[in-house]
Design a protein around this ligand. Structure first.
Ligand code: ZN
Length: 104
């Protein structure tokens, strides 16, 4: 081993410690990014199914099915008529609370 002052050795160890800390911080950051990427992939995969549901709306066997519930969840839920006001029929979904006005 070549001779060197202990301060040089200490500095070398300090530098390695700094790099290890950066590495650990990056590892944590990488883990979070991967988790978010997995979430995004799952959401996008679900959007493809959601998008395809427009082709089967309205579903058969359900009167006045809520468009939002059907498109987003694939669940046909009947929208209930609300007291008509000014010749406008209102329908409301009791699940997602969507309201639709149907003009007479
Ligand atoms: Zn709904």
């Amino acid at each position: 081993m070549p001779t060197i002052s202990k301060e040089f050795i200490q500095e070398a160890h300090g530098t390695v410690d700094d790099v290890r800390q950066q590495d650990q911080a990056l590892e944590q950051e990488e883990k979070k990014v991967r988790e978010r990427l997995n979430e995004i992939e799952e959401m996008r995969s679900n959007f493809a199914k959601v998008n395809a549901r427009i082709n089967s709306y309205p579903p058969s066997g359900c009167e006045d099915p809520c468009p939002r519930c059907f498109i987003i969840e694939g669940v046909p839920r009947k929208m209930k008529p609300v007291t008509p006001e000014n010749k406008i029929d209102m329908f409301r979904c009791s699940h997602c609370e969507l309201e639709i006005e149907v003009k007479a």
